[in-house]
Write a protein of this length. Structure first.
Length: 279
């Protein structure tokens, strides 16, 4: 079983609602965005559908971001104010005591980042696509680093929203997100993700989900029980941090999403100008 598929299987044990209403995110250097549905559909820019890849009688849809944690690391580490002893926990603390404070989130009002530094896997499926920043200035202070970090976190979440919207257009709808991996340990990202997507986010605190998923599959074979039965004896609500959309910021992030979408569209236009116009 592929590692991301195993992680999806483990995450589904923590799904508070129906499996087909759950979006699973396996985050790390890159991000896999996984959805199951009982109905077959073809979604441009999303891999699949794969029948029975995670659970029998369901179709798997697999989106992704080719650079997620690696993009965040690159942008933060490249800033002049960055030092090797800085952690994301420290950056979050220095941004503000309360990560739900609207003032914290809106400090990036005029700084927008599309962090696709290594191509766009979903939903554009464009390997030549690259990152974009709007709002750079000459400021090299630590305060500027904090704002750049925030805008990058927001850009990663906005990229997930772009995938979700594409899935929705083809009949897939979600009432909850369950996430594991490196970004699942970043509460700022989880608050932003929930608010950007307007979907509650659950982050289990239960070790490596890829290993857990492989163990569940082995349990299924050893006990000769269907996976569905094993999942029904799941652990929803157990040792899980839940992040709900911040109502005061939904409108703000809608505007950020509009800017993000415009930037994506404009880069495609620029590519056409420089490659088709000069042939």
């Amino acid at each position: 079983m592929i590692d991301a598929h195993a992680g999806t299987l483990a995450l589904l044990r923590y799904a508070p609602n129906a499996i087909c209403e759950t979006l699973c995110i396996i985050s790390g250097t890159s991000t896999c965005i996984m959805a199951l549905n009982n109905t077959k559909a073809f979604v441009p820019g999303v891999w699949g559908p794969y029948q029975g890849a995670v659970l029998p009688d369901t179709w798997l849809f697999e989106g992704g971001q080719t650079a997620a944690g690696s993009a965040l690391d690159h942008i933060v580490h490249s800033h002049p104010a960055y030092t090797a002893d800085m952690t994301y926990s420290k950056l979050n603390t220095d941004l503000g005591v309360f990560l739900t404070d609207p003032i914290l989130h809106t400090r990036s009002r005029d700084l927008h980042i599309v962090p696709d530094l290594h191509g766009n896997r979903s939903p554009l499926a464009l390997p030549w696509f690259r990152g974009m920043i709007s709002g750079l200035d000459l400021n090299s202070s630590y305060s500027n680093l904090l704002t750049l970090y925030l805008a990058t976190v927001q850009g990663l979440a906005l990229g997930v929203r772009l995938v979700i919207d594409k899935l929705k257009k083809h009949g897939l709808n979600f009432s909850n997100i369950v996430i594991c991996g490196g970004l699942a340990d970043n509460p700022l990202y989880l608050h932003v993700l929930a608010t950007v997507t307007k979907i509650p986010v659950s982050a289990p605190r239960a070790g490596n989900m890829m290993c857990t998923g492989a163990a569940l599959l082995a349990q299924c074979a050893a006990e000769e029980r269907p996976l569905s039965v094993i999942l029904e004896s799941g652990v929803a609500g157990s040792n899980v941090s839940v992040y709900n959309p911040i109502s005061e910021l939904v409108g703000y992030y809608e505007q950020k999403y509009k800017v993000y979408s415009c930037m994506v569209t404009e880069q495609i236009k620029y590519r056409e100008m420089m490659h088709e116009g000069l042939q």
